[in-house]
Design a binder for this molecule. Structure first.
Ligand SMILES: Cc1ncc(COP(=O)(O)O)c(C=O)c1O
Length: 424
């Protein structure tokens, strides 16, 4: 058991002004809609319409690029089905995610496998299902793919500047330009198809220029590869597109313009320009509905214990040094009239590390039984949630318009479809 990772200071709590609903709270999931959602908490109430409208806006902001939704972000079947029905393709991190897609009728041959270090059995299983494009960033992985999925296409992940993202990834993944060239040559020598380059500017990036800079690096490498007889079929600009969490982020159109500037530097236009948006499409599509289990005063601070916590989907609050500012509201009828108070909000387990909010401004009147609504909770929540301490993970309740209809929860399919068929 760990100790609290979210450090709370013992400062005095102060009665503050009354609260207003955060400005970009989704209209399909307004508090009056949430109030009609019956059933035991916690659950994630979501609207697939909010996901597909983000997809459509993404497409018009970045028209050159084909979106491949990153399944890891939110693997709910209703979300995946709605995206597939809108023509979106997918990126997976494991065979389990691919099985899930195939079970929903997605063609494995349309899917990208962008986790750069994969279990050998997943490579083999994915290839058997018809997936043929794998990311790599090491010679060992090139050898593994040549062994387990001979003749496949590989794309190399570059490490890029991700300083202005909330969740940097380039320490763990990616290589420099020289190594990328060497890996693609090695792939060719091993009978694989040297297919492309990819990068990820870090999740929740707030710097549109990160895509321009990364693409300019890709352009230099593509020119060098051309001299070596390798023409890239794909450039994949990864994920990182931000979502709204209560504070302003660049609009997708601004990022689209930065991507266009970067694409202009490429020596030629590859057949496929791909992106792997996750958070941007899913985060704002759902509100976590939880209940207050108890209220205590400890160390000069007001504490609310709720039936969700870091272990039940809200772990991102602990991955960011300054916490994670989920927009909040409650079921209290006096929410707009009661003075506000700063609370520490913690989860239901016996571990203090499930504390997920410090200084959350909520009505001073909060009490056991009130519901806490946590907005922008559609990304990296369901997929992270455990049943630690015997508390079940939040149930996913996605529907087309944000009504309270319960939809089936998705788990990876135990059996693989022999022959994938298209979503109908
Ligand atoms: C390979 C890859 N692609 C795409 C994504 C999705 O990123 P985001 O949710 O920031 O768009 C991730 C997230 O970790 C990733 O690892």
């Amino acid at each position: 058991m760990s100790t609290s990772a979210l450090h709370t200071s013992a400062s005095e709590t102060h009665i503050g002004p009354t609260l207003r609903l955060p400005s970009r709270w989704p209209s399909l999931l307004r508090p009056n809609v949430l109030a009609t959602a019956a059933g035991p908490t916690p659950f994630l109430l979501g609207s697939t319409e909010l996901v597909t409208s983000k997809l459509r806006r993404f497409r018009s902001a970045v028209p050159q690029v084909q979106p491949f939704y990153a399944v890891k972000c939110n693997p709910d079947a209703n979300v995946l089905t709605a995206l597939a029905a809108d023509g979106c393709r997918f990126e997976v991190a494991s065979l389990g995610e691919l099985d899930l897609l195939v079970g929903l009728g997605v063609h494995a041959s349309d899917v990208l496998y962008s986790n750069t270090v994969k279990p050998a059995s997943h490579v083999k299983g994915a290839a058997e299902l018809g997936l043929w494009r794998f990311a790599v960033d090491s010679a060992g992985e090139v050898a593994k793919i040549a062994r387990e999925a001979p003749g496949s296409a590989v794309y190399v992940r570059l490490a890029v500047d991700d300083d202005q993202s909330a969740f940097p990834l380039s320490r763990k993944f990616g290589v420099d330009g020289g190594k990328a060239v060497a890996l693609l040559l090695e792939a060719r020598n091993r009978g694989l198809r040297p297919y492309g380059l990819t990068f990820h500017v870090g999740s929740q990036s707030t710097a549109p220029s990160a895509w321009t800079t990364a693409l300019r690096r890709v352009a230099l490498i593509a020119a060098e590869l051309l001299d070596l007889g390798i023409h890239l079929d794909m450039v994949d600009i990864g994920g990182g597109f931000p979502a709204w969490y209560g504070t302003p982020v660049p609009e997708i159109e601004e990022i689209g313009a930065a991507i266009t500037r970067g694409l202009e530097s490429l020596p030629y236009t590859p057949d496929l320009l791909a992106a792997e948006p996750g958070r941007h499409l899913a985060a704002e599509s759902a509100v976590m509905v939880s209940s207050v289990l108890g209220r205590e005063r400890r160390g000069g601070q007001e504490w609310l214990h709720t039936d969700v916590g870091a272990y039940h989907g809200l772990i991102e609050t602990q991955q960011s040094p300054s916490g994670w500012p989920y927009p909040l509201w409650t079921s209290r009828s006096d929410h707009t009239t009661a003075p506000s108070l700063s609370y520490v909000v913690t989860g239901p387990t016996c571990d203090s590390a499930d504390t997920f909010l410090d200084r959350a401004l909520l009505p001073a009147t909060m009490a056991e039984g009130d519901r806490l609504y946590i907005a922008s909770a559609g990304a990296y929540t369901l997929s992270y949630a455990s049943s630690f301490n015997g508390f079940p993970p939040p149930q996913a309740r996605y529907s087309a318009c944000g009504t309270s209809r319960t939809r089936r929860q998705v788990v990876p399919q135990p059996e693989r479809a022999v022959r994938p068929h298209s979503v109908g």
